[in-house]
Ligand binder design. Sequence first.
Ligand code: URA
Length: 242
Amino acid sequence: MATRLDAFLSHRGFGSRSQVRGIIRSGRVSLAGQVCRDQGEHVDGNVVRVDGQIIVEGVASATLLLNKPLGYACSHDPNEAPLVEELVPESFRHLTLETAGRLDRDTSGLLVVTSDGALIHSLTNPRRHLVKRYRVAYSGKLSYHAVARCAKGMQLEGDPNPTLPAELELHGEDSDSLSLATLHLHEGRYHQVRRMFAELGGEVVRLHRDRIGGLELPSDLMPGQMREIRASELSRLTATVD
Ligand code: URA
């Protein structure tokens, strides 16, 4: 994990990137025992000192759970701000974190943010058939065979292969007269829920993910909150059986 010296210090409370660059250029910072005036130098696990004081290295890796609020993008592009990475607590900002799959800007709910590439692979690999549960509010009327078409797998425009079998449950209406449904997917394609509903004759108005594998969105995690996953949650997360 390549962490630049300016990012390392900025994430440990030495100020903005430009303030930190001033500190580095003034010669107050040493890396592996040598004064370092290069803000782009990589820390690579070496000891960093500011004014002779060792700056403690943070945790080496982390897996975090986020209750993603509406409006945030799963991206590192500042042009797409606000970004999910802005919600990462200070003590994890020195890590290179990625989301395991993506939720659209206008989708809320459970998102895993981790420095563990193997975990991302196991959560997103369609061959594992890990279930992701979506709560959907939609307008329009779904085709008569909607449940059966989801169960069979359907062709989506632009995709060479049909979707994997998915379970659709239809519920009643909410107070805004939107129809409600739950969709269990075992893969994660681009805008998959919205595209499936469009194919079935509906339009998704609200979309919320509240389960991945055997892990429900924890009830103590308010929208916008991100915290480290607990050991018991991690084993539920990767469970393939419901
Ligand atoms: N399907 C979508 O259409 N959007 C999401 O954010 C997740 C699944």
